[in-house]
Design a protein around this ligand. Structure first.
Ligand code: NAD
Length: 443
């Protein structure tokens, strides 16, 4: 269902009225298109204190955004597509003042739908507590700025030690592909994974399996992975086989009719794809909402089975059989309902929180033993058939209660999934990345 409020606020009278009434001011977000693959404008690279990462500048230079001159009209130029503040060297409260000093004069220079990316150092248990306090402070800073900056602009914090290993993540965060990702803290390791031969086709030669790919978010994921060069296998329940075939046919891929809750689903996938896969997207999911007092055991177990148990079973089977090749990527689908909780969704919230637990626990082991990374996306309010069926008032609340004051699109989840699925994202492991426009839920 179209977001009429968003269209209304894009008109002059709409802008005037909503401003006068103090209502949310969503801005039309700039998303990736073949014609406009980059954000328009410059990239301003600032540093607070001494940097702790080497060779950041050449990596930023490869993002496609021309460097801005820090000395040129910083306050009101309005021409910066992005500002990257390197705060990796911030080590105490005094040096935090440099974060303020660096960003305070340039916030206005960031164009609509622009980006602020703050770089921090990874938090280490047992490290100097002054440094830990200052580095943790960056999270509260970035999230607060994200909530106040408006005009479709996003603010994220990236913790890193090695600029080259973070290249795919920097490219994502500094591009229109991350339009609905804000208020996130992402940690990347120094794990080298090498650059693709062609950054516009990072999945060339790779095979990706997308569960629940016949419609909604899964269909967008299948489309985006195919755009990035992957051969896509669209898995869905037998009842949705026609839709799965239609999606796969358009993408030059294939369909696999299979209920993912089948006890032997992993074995059947392995048998159908004897050459193996490189990317496994656990997207299939269901809701069966009721408050706990009214929830039958069947409603409970069906949601836990589709959303969590089958993810565990198929992951275990495909890793054990070696169907998921070395260098492979697993991306599971959590939800902000699993992070924040949601009335009427004890079953769904439990299943999606379980995904976060699975990801964090399996990630280091899967990488060490199989060379495979494991991450999750946690969508917020996404405009799909599912959310179109939500009663009007709750739907409006879901749309507006985030820093971007609008719902996300399936493609926003798909772009985030694709970044995590790319071979160059080997340094991103064990992360749960929300695609929620910085939803107030569980923020
Ligand atoms: P959807 O209902 O439109 O699509 C889900 C797909 O999964 C369907 O094609 C369905 O047939 C398939 N599926 C369901 N059970 C299956 C099974 N047992 N085996 C194989 N396939 C099965 O849902 P969506 O809105 O596109 O959501 C996709 C994922 O994103 C789900 O995991 C959902 O929980 C999650 N999510 C969605 C939102 C949102 O706002 N739409 C928010 C947070 C999380």
């Amino acid at each position: 269902m179209a977001d009429r409020y968003l269209s209304f606020t894009a008109t002059a009278p709409g802008r005037f009225l909503t401003r006068r009434l103090g209502l949310p001011q969503p801005a039309a977000l700039r998303r990736w298109s073949p014609e406009q693959p980059c954000l328009p404008g410059d990239l301003l690279h600032l540093t607070a204190g001494e940097t702790a990462v080497r060779d950041l500048a050449p990596v930023l230079a490869r993002t496609g955004l021309p460097p801005a001159d820090p000395a040129a009209r910083p306050a009101d130029a309005g021409g910066n597509a992005a500002v990257v503040l390197d705060a990796t060297g911030v080590h105490d409260v005094d040096s935090l003042a440099e974060v303020h000093a660096a960003l305070h004069p340039v916030v206005r220079s960031v164009a609509a739908s622009g980006r602020i990316v703050v770089l921090g150092s990874p938090l280490e248990a047992g490290a100097d507590h002054h440094r830990a306090a200052a580095q943790q402070a960056l999270e509260g800073f970035a999230r607060s700025l994200g909530k106040e900056i408006g005009r479709g602009r996003t603010v994220n914090l990236l913790r890193l030690t090695d600029a080259a290993a973070a290249e795919s993540t920097l490219r994502f965060l500094l591009s229109p592909r991350s339009a609905y990702v804000s208020g996130q803290v992402i940690t990347v390791t120094a794990e080298a994974s090498g650059a693709p031969a062609d950054w516009s086709l990072p999945l060339a030669g790779r095979t990706a399996l997308v569960t629940g790919g016949a419609r909604g978010i899964g269909e967008a994921v299948a489309r985006t992975l195919a755009r990035d060069g992957a051969r896509v296998v669209v898995l869905d329940v037998p009842q949705a086989e026609d839709d799965a075939r239609r999606v796969a046919g358009r993408l030059g891929g294939s369909a696999l009719a299979l209920d993912i809750t089948a006890a032997d689903a992993g074995e059947r996938i392995a048998a159908e794809l004897p050459d193996g896969i490189d990317v496994l997207i656990h997207n299939a999911g269901i809701t069966r909402d009721r408050r706990l007092v009214n929830m039958s055991a069947e409603r409970w177990s069906s949601v836990l089975d589709v959303n969590l148990a089958s993810v565990l079973r198929t992951t275990d089977a495909l890793l054990a059989k070696g169907t998921l090749r070395r260098g492979g990527r697993i991306v599971a689908t959590a939800s902000i309902a699993g992070l924040a909780g949601n009335a009427g969704q004890t079953n769904y919230g439990a299943s999606k929180a379980g995904i976060a637990g699975l990801v964090r626990s399996l990630a280091p082991r899967a990488l060490a033993e199989h060379g495979v990374t494991v991450n999750a996306v946690a969508p917020g309010f996404i405009e799909t058939k599912m959310t179109a069926a939500v009663p009007l008032f709750i739907r409006e609340a879901g749309r507006r209660m985030n820093s971007l004051a609008q719902g996300g699109l399936p493609v926003d989840v798909a772009e985030t999934t694709a970044w995590l699925a790319h071979p160059a994202s080997g340094a991103v492991n064990g992360q749960v990345v929300r695609v929620c426009g910085q939803s107030l839920l569980g923020a």
